[in-house]
Ligand binder design. Structure first.
Ligand code: GDP
Length: 484
């Protein structure tokens, strides 16, 4: 009889159905072509998406840092108006906001925005993400070069108060939503799309704002939100988006697998941990427990939610309180179940581990419980801390079954990469709510989605506009929007 090891699977397709370009040197970024060996769920990308990505790669190569076209578009940043912009290459520059999960929500959304608008996505890579991700586009770079004319984006000019922000330009009547003449526009625009964006900033989501934005060679975008669902509410993108994503819930899934490749050093964390603790498991259950410092939950209450959820839903086996003396397992007949816990704290992991050490399971299964790190507090300013966060998102994405915490973008990254519809553990605020709910889509939730209907000039229920954009499952935060 077999003693362990995952069940043999058909040979994984290292290019993920053509999602990944074959044009990279494998050794420079091992994760790119190796991750497929670990994922359990695969969705086939549409041939239209593949074509779009190859065309995007060509555009990025043509317009990317240090190309002639790129250098020609730089002086434009200091021009007095938008006139004379280079119409061949237009850029959207991602600026960081929030923890790693939040940053990646915005990064993937910004890439979709770039794809739809033929813009080139560049990143102002913060020092704390140095050597964390590989380059996603062949023969070029997505990082702003170090000699870029604007060197510091962490100033008032690139936050909500900025006079350059789209919201303030509208408010101060420097531009109107349908201005199009470049000579009347400023040379660049800052989009403030974080959770605290004002009503004017959120005019970005109006259909008629989009053609104005086409006229900017340089757009700087700061967000901590997964705003992709809002792009699906813009009728002008309807047809394109249906061709790109016939399966609506795979937007983040495909784009994250396309863009987010851990660097070799982060991949080292992933594979060392996997080989040491997970490779021989019969199956892997990922449990991600996130407590938000600004909305704390008592440890005992959250622990009860996790245990109630996993036992009631049959995700983890029950334990026997008075196990008979002979209730040991039939050694070696079945590979153990591995439970991978990720959390900033160790308490959830310790309790689960002790539970399955001290008691036998009703099913005779053996359960091993593991936790790679417990960083105690969020330290996004530290590169090593973010490296672990990314490694753990990846490890969770290799699960067969995933349990996440409501509202956590950390969990969204794991479920999206993995192509998994997780069980979402709710905050224990309301006794009438179940401990957890099964997500009916693997997409992340756009938490602070706009409610304003630009045509009608009033707020509407945006979860009822099109069938595939609906409210998120999270019972404590149901006004968010999500693709189904
Ligand atoms: P969110 O706050 O849950 O939406 O997720 P973010 O990723 O945006 O921010 C939380 C940050 O806290 C993460 O990026 C990590 O830096 C840290 N963190 C939270 N939970 C974990 C965890 O389970 N493991 C590790 N290594 N870090 C975590």
């Amino acid at each position: 009889a077999s003693t362990g090891g995952p069940p043999p699977r058909s040979l994984p397709d290292k290019l993920l159905g053509g999602l990944l370009s074959p044009d990279f040197d494998e050794a420079s970024c091992v994760s790119r072509y190796k991750s497929s060996q670990f994922w359990h769920s695969n969705h086939t990308p549409s041939s239209y998406l593949l074509r779009k990505l190859r065309n995007y790669e060509a555009l990025h190569k043509k317009c990317g840092p240090n190309t002639e076209l790129f250098n020609r578009s730089l002086p434009h940043l200091n021009a007095s108006t938008g006139e004379g912009g280079n119409s061949e290459c237009n850029y959207v520059v991602w600026l960081q906001a929030g923890g790693l999960g939040n940053r990646l929500m915005a990064l993937v959304s910004a890439f979709l925005y770039a794809l739809l608008n033929d813009k080139v996505l560049l990143l102002s890579v913060p020092g704390d993400l140095h050597d964390t991700f590989c380059e996603p586009f062949p023969d070029t770079s997505w990082a702003l070069p170090s000699d870029f004319p604007i060197s510091n984006f962490e100033t008032h000019d690139f936050y909500g108060q900025s006079a350059r922000s789209y919201g303030n330009l509208l408010k101060n009547k420097v531009i109107s939503r349908n201005s199009t003449e470049r000579a009347l526009l400023p040379p660049f625009l800052y989009l403030h799309l974080t959770h605290d964006a004002g009503d004017s900033d959120k005019m970005f989501y109006c259909e008629d704002a989009q053609s104005l934005l086409q006229n900017f060679t340089w757009i700087f975008l700061r967000s901590n939100q997964y705003f992709a669902p809002a792009l699906f509410l813009m009728p002008q993108h309807d047809e394109e988006l249906s061709r790109l994503f016939p399966e609506k819930e795979t937007v983040f899934h495909h784009l994250s697998r396309y863009l987010l490749h851990p660097s070799n050093s982060v991949w080292g964390y992933v594979t060392r941990y996997y080989e040491a603790y997970l490779a021989n498991a019969g199956d892997i259950l990922g449990i991600q427990v996130r407590i938000f410092p600004n909305a704390p939950v008592k440890f005992e209450l959250m622990l009860a939610q996790v245990i109630n959820c996993t036992l009631k839903e049959g995700i983890l086996p029950d334990t026997l309180i008075d196990a008979p003396a002979n209730s040991s397992t039939a050694m070696g007949t079945k590979a153990p179940k591995a439970v991978l816990v990720t959390s900033l704290q160790t308490g959830y992991f310790e309790t689960l581990r002790n539970m399955y050490y001290e008691r036998a399971t009703a099913t005779g299964e053996v359960v091993g419980v593991y936790q790679p790190s417990h960083e105690e507090t969020q330290r996004t300013e530290r590169q090593g801390h973010n490296a672990k966060a990314l490694a753990e998102m990846y490890l969770l994405s290799f699960s067969d079954t995933l349990v996440t915490s409501a509202f956590s973008t950390f969990g969204y990254v794991a479920q999206g990469l993995g192509g998994l519809r997780p069980w979402i553990v709710m905050r224990p605020d309301d006794r009438n709510n179940p401990a957890c709910l099964r997500a009916s889509s693997m997409e992340p939730c756009f938490h602070f989605a706009p409610a304003y209907d630009c045509k009608a000039g009033r707020n509407v229920d945006k979860g009822k506009v099109v069938p595939h954009v609906r409210h998120c499952e999270d019972l404590n935060f149901h006004w968010g929007l999500k693709l189904f």
